[in-house]
Write a protein that binds this ligand. Structure first.
Ligand code: BGC
Length: 495
C-alpha cells in the first residue's frame, strides 16, 4: 500500500464524453461521497474522546505509517464540520456517508459512559445534513476500535460481539429517527487481513493464517447481532436499512482457457467478497471452497487443532438475510493465476493460493495497488446480481488517487468519474442490476491510513500545511458536481 509514481501508463483520458446522451438514472438514485471519522475528524483527544487503536498505532512509533504521520488533526472536521457541509452542498450531493468515532461517543467503548460532547457533535452533523436535504449514510465502525476494547482482546475476543451490539443499539436509538441508511462495519476483510495478518493497519497484529479468520468471524457475528437488534427493536419505528460494507476487486482468470486460472479466480473471489457476502446472502456460512482450501492446507502442514476457520453456532441467530442491501466498495481489478506464495507457510495467501496481477493495459493511479478498471465495476455488479440473488446495491466507496505534486486540474480523475458512472449506467440499463447509489471516495483529501497524507483521494483538496485546513474543489470535484446536476435534472425514462 505504499505510494508509487502517478499514472504509470496512460490510456486515453479526457473530460468530455460524448457517448453518454442515452444515460439516465433513477430519480431517487443516491449521489454521494464518503469519509470516515479517523481519516478526517482530528480532535483525537479533545472533549473527552477516548483513544482508538489508530491513535495508539500512529503514536507508538515503529509502525509503517508514512513519515510517522497520524490522524491527530488531519482535516480537523471535528472543528470544521461546517466547512465540510459547504463542500457537500457545493457538490449537490443527495447523500453523504460518514462514520462515527466509537470512542468519541463511548470513550471506553461501552455504554456505561456516554460522552455528551461526542453525541452533540454527531447530532449537529446529522441535523445539518438533514436540514440541507442531504441524507446521511452512517457507518458505525470504520477501522477505529476504542483502545479500551483492544486492551480486552479486541475483535479476536468473542466478548466483542455483545459489546458491538450494544454500541449499535445506542447509535440506532440516538440517531435512527434521522438516519435511514446504516453500515455496521466497513470492510471486515481489511480489518482482518491488514490489521491481524499483515499487521500494517491497527492494531498491528501479525498472526498469519490464524487471527484474520477469528476477527472476520467475530465481525460477522457482531454485524448479525446488530442487524437483528435493529430488526426487532427499531425497524418498525424507524424504517431504515442496515448492511455491511464489503470490499472486493473484480477478478477474472489470467488465461480464460486455463482451468487452473479459473479455479484460482474462484478462490480469489471466495477469500475476499465471498468470505463476507456468502454468509449474509447465500448460505449463512462461508463459501465451501474457502473452507476446503483452508482444511487442505492445514492438513498438508500437519496443523492439528480445530479448524482455523471457525464455525457459526446453531444457537446464534442466523447470518443469512442480515443485509438489507449490498454495500460494495470497489476500487480495482485483477487477472488471476494460482499463487506462487510461500508453500509450507501458514497464512491467508497460502490458503487462498491465488495471485492477482495487473493487466499491462490498465493504468495505475497514485498507489501501486490501484489499477483503474472502470468496466471491472460493471462486471462485478453483474456477478453480484447473479450470485447474490439480485440485491439492491449501493456502491459505498470508489475512487481515484493522486500522489506527488498536487494537480488541481486533475483531468485524469475527471475522466475516471465519467467512465465509472457510464459503467454504472450500463449495469442499470443493460444488465438490470438494481444499483441504488454511488459514493465517491472521498469528499476530502484525508489521512490515507498507512500512506498518511502522501495519497490524495479527495474531490476537495485540503491544505494540511495551514491551521485553517482550507478546502478547495479540484477540477474533478467541479466535474462531479456537474455530473450530479445533469443526471438529477433528468427524469427516469428508460431504466
Ligand atoms: C477504505 C478507506 C480508504 C480507501 C482507499 C477503503 O479500503 O474504506 O478508508 O481510504 O479504501 O484506500
Amino acid at each position: 500500500m505504499n505510494a508509487t509514481a502517478n499514472i504509470t501508463n496512460s490510456p486515453e483520458w479526457n473530460c468530455i464524453h460524448t457517448n453518454d446522451s442515452e444515460t439516465m438514472f433513477p430519480t431517487n438514485f443516491a449521489w454521494g461521497a464518503a469519509t470516515s471519522a479517523y481519516q478526517i475528524e482530528g480532535g483525537w483527544n479533545v472533549d473527552d474522546k477516548g483513544p482508538s487503536i489508530w491513535d495508539t498505532f500512529c503514536h507508538e512509533g515503529g509502525r509503517l505509517v508514512f513519515e510517522g504521520q497520524s490522524g491527530d488533526v488531519t482535516c480537523n472536521s471535528y472543528e470544521l464540520w461546517e466547512e465540510d457541509l459547504r463542500c457537500i452542498r457545493q457538490l449537490g450531493l443527495t447523500h453523504y456517508r460518514l462514520s462515527l468515532s466509537w470512542s468519541r461517543l463511548l470513550p471506553e467503548g461501552i455504554t456505561r459512559h456516554v460522552n455528551q460532547k461526542g453525541l452533540r457533535y454527531y447530532n449537529k452533523v446529522i441535523n445539518d445534513l438533514v436540514a440541507s436535504d442531504v441524507l446521511p449514510m452512517v457507518t458505525l465502525y470504520h477501522f477505529d476500535l476504542p483502545q479500551a476494547l483492544q486492551d480486552q482482546g479486541g475483535w479476536k475476543s468473542p466478548e466483542i460481539v455483545a459489546i458491538f451490539d450494544s454500541y449499535a443499539r445506542f447509535c440506532f436509538g440516538s440517531f435512527g429517527d434521522r438516519v435511514k441508511l446504516w453500515i455496521t462495519l466497513n470492510e471486515p476483510y481489511v480489518c482482518a487481513k491488514l490489521g491481524h495478518e499483515d499487521g500494517i493497519f491497527a492494531p498491528g497484529v501479525k498472526e498469519p493464517g490464524m487471527a484474520a479468520y477469528l476477527v472476520g468471524h467475530n465481525m460477522l457475528r457482531g454485524h448479525a447481532r446488530a442487524w437483528h437488534s435493529y430488526n426487532v427493536l427499531y425497524r418498525a419505528k424507524q424504517g431504515g436499512s442496515v448492511s455491511l460494507a464489503i470490499n472486493s476487486d473484480w477478478a477474472e482468470p489470467l488465461d480464460p482457457a486455463s482451468p487452473d486460472d479459473t479455479a484460482a479466480t474462484e478462490r480469489y473471489l471466495a477469500f475476499t467478497l465471498g468470505w463476507f457476502a456468502w454468509p449474509l446472502f447465500v448460505t449463512g456460512d462461508y463459501p465451501e471452497v474457502m473452507r476446503s482450501s483452508i482444511e487442505a492446507r492445514s492438513k498438508e502442514l500437519g496443523y492439528q487443532e480445530s479448524s482455523r476457520l471457525p464455525r457459526f453456532s446453531k444457537d446464534e441467530p442466523s447470518l443469512l438475510g442480515t443485509a438489507d442491501f449490498f454495500a460494495l466498495n470497489y476500487y480495482t481489478s485483477r487477472r488471476v493465476k494460482p499463487g506462487e506464495c510461500c508453500p509450507g507457510v501458514l497464512g491467508l495467501k497460502s490458503d487462498q493460493d491465488a495471485e492477482g496481477v495487473v493487466d499491462p493495459s490498465w493504468p495505475v493511479c497514485g498507489v501501486s495497488w490501484l489499477a483503474v478498471v472502470p468496466d471491472g465495476l460493471r462486471k462485478l455488479l453483474k456477478y453480484i446480481k447473479d450470485t447474490f440473488n439480485n440485491p439492491a446495491v449501493y456502491i459505498t466507496e470508489n475512487g481515484f488517487s493522486q500522489v506527488g505534486p498536487v494537480d488541481m486540474e486533475d483531468v485524469q480523475r475527471c475522466g475516471f468519474y465519467h467512465d465509472i458512472i457510464q459503467e454504472i449506467a450500463r449495469a442499470l440499463r443493460e444488465d438490470g442490476v438494481d444499483v441504488r447509489g454511488y459514493f465517491a471516495w472521498s469528499l476530502l483529501d484525508n489521512f490515507e491510513w498507512a500512506d498518511g497524507f502522501s495519497v490524495r483521494f479527495g474531490l476537495f483538496h485540503v491544505d494540511f500545511s495551514r491551521p485553517e485546513r482550507p478546502r478547495t474543489a479540484y477540477r474533478s470535484g467541479r466535474e462531479y458536481a456537474g455530473i450530479i446536476s445533469k443526471y438529477r435534472s433528468q427524469t427516469m425514462v428508460n431504466i
